[in-house]
Ligand binder design. Structure first.
Ligand SMILES: [Zn+2]
Length: 371
């Protein structure tokens, strides 16, 4: 069951992203200390961990991307003043005109938005109005650059691109990924066909049903902290992309994935503890904030609570994308709170658990106590 309130938040995140391309000059950053960009590795970790651990999360990611993109593409086209029957009798257009016209709109809105957010470089590469088959390529893909997989893994973008065309042409489409940067390709490439088409169903079904993935957070973060180049578009991404990804997938499915987010976060935090200790020192109160600042993910203030057996930590989190702007009231923090739980436990060698979550002004206050 979809939560329409959550859908509203998703739409607000989209609308903020659009404002950045339609309004002249830069809008004031929501993050005075950290700025609008965060490390790509930090933006990838949550969904990568869920893809690796939660059965059928790939389909949830796909469907969430599809729904948000279709809804917002429709709103964007109306906002651009395009009449609802713009693509009337589209199936009778010649392929060249179809490709040119579609490509113009895709470039004007989506390619611009995604490039501006450093999410990737989108290109519509083929369009056949007779068979309703399309192809898009996506270079420097934020979803998978720097990750390694055996199966194409960009389900969020596949869903988003299918949803985009669905809203433009008023048909139901599905997209499946045929080449992926995570498998060594130069760009991710997607084929798109009508949902009622037998071949579409077979290709999409095979991709989605047979998908398996293992996520190695330590390797990915090691590479990021070493400053290695994983894509041409750079090693950071706009926080608006991360907010869009989280809001579409986690917020609209909170009751299904909240526990999994906490577990996945805890697992990553545990696995990253060695790296954090090695690079930022043995004192969690110093090392943990240094790590998150280095990732441009959040500003943290970690204080030890010394009361004998009950000692734990109080963590004040500022400027985390999941608790910022339109997301500030959504309590979208299970992943981050789990990650801190795992990291603090592993760094101290004690079993700590999240005890309370509070909001103090724009900040989040998390308290960890022995479990
Ligand atoms: Zn890919």
């Amino acid at each position: 069951m979809r939560d329409s309130n959550a859908d509203n938040v998703v739409d607000q995140v989209w609308s903020t992203a659009l404002d950045k391309i339609t309004k002249p000059g830069d809008l004031p950053s929501g993050r005075p200390a950290l700025g609008d960009q965060m490390d790509l590795a930090a933006a990838q970790a949550g969904t990568a961990a869920l893809l690796a651990t939660v059965p059928a999360f790939n389909k949830l990611l796909y469907n969430s991307g599809y729904a948000a993109s279709a809804r917002n593409t429709y709103l964007i086209l109306r906002r651009l003043g395009m009449p609802a029957d713009f693509f009337w009798k589209y199936e009778q257009w010649n392929p060249k005109r179809a490709l040119d016209t579609l490509d113009k709109i895709v470039s004007k809105v989506f390619t611009t938005m995604l490039s501006k957010q450093h999410v990737g470089v989108l290109k519509l590469t083929a369009a056949d109005p007779v068979t309703n088959r399309f192809e898009v390529s996506f270079e420097s893909c934020a979803e998978c650059s720097g990750l390694h997989a055996h199966d194409p893994m960009c389900f969020f973008h596949a869903g988003s691109f299918a949803g985009m065309l669905a809203a433009m042409l008023d048909h139901e489409f599905d997209a499946w990924e045929v080449e992926c940067v995570a498998l060594g390709a130069a760009a991710c490439r997607f084929e798109i066909g009508e949902r009622t088409d037998r071949q579409t169903q077979t290709r999409w079904g095979r991709w989605a049903d047979e998908f398996t993935y293992a996520f190695e957070p330590a390797a990915r973060f090691q590479e990021d902290l070493d400053g290695e180049t994983v894509r041409e578009l750079g090693e950071t991404v706009d926080i608006g992309y991360y907010q869009m990804l989280l809001a579409s997938t986690v917020l609209t499915n909170m009751e299904v994935v909240e526990r999994s987010c906490l577990d996945a976060g805890r697992n990553i935090g545990t696995k990253l503890a060695d790296i954090v200790r090695e690079r930022f020192g043995a004192d969690p109160q110093e090392a943990v904030p240094a790590f998150y600042r280095r990732l441009r993910y959040a500003s943290l203030d970690v204080t030890g609570l010394d009361s004998g057996e009950a000692s734990g930590f109080r963590v004040v989190v500022s400027e985390a994308p999941e608790h910022l702007g339109v997301l500030e009231s959504s309590a979208l923090v299970p992943f981050l709170s789990g990650e801190l739980e795992g990291m603090l436990s592993a760094l101290t060698g004690r079993d700590l658990a999240l005890a309370t979550t509070d909001v103090d002004g724009h900040d989040l206050v998390l308290r960890y106590a022995p479990s």
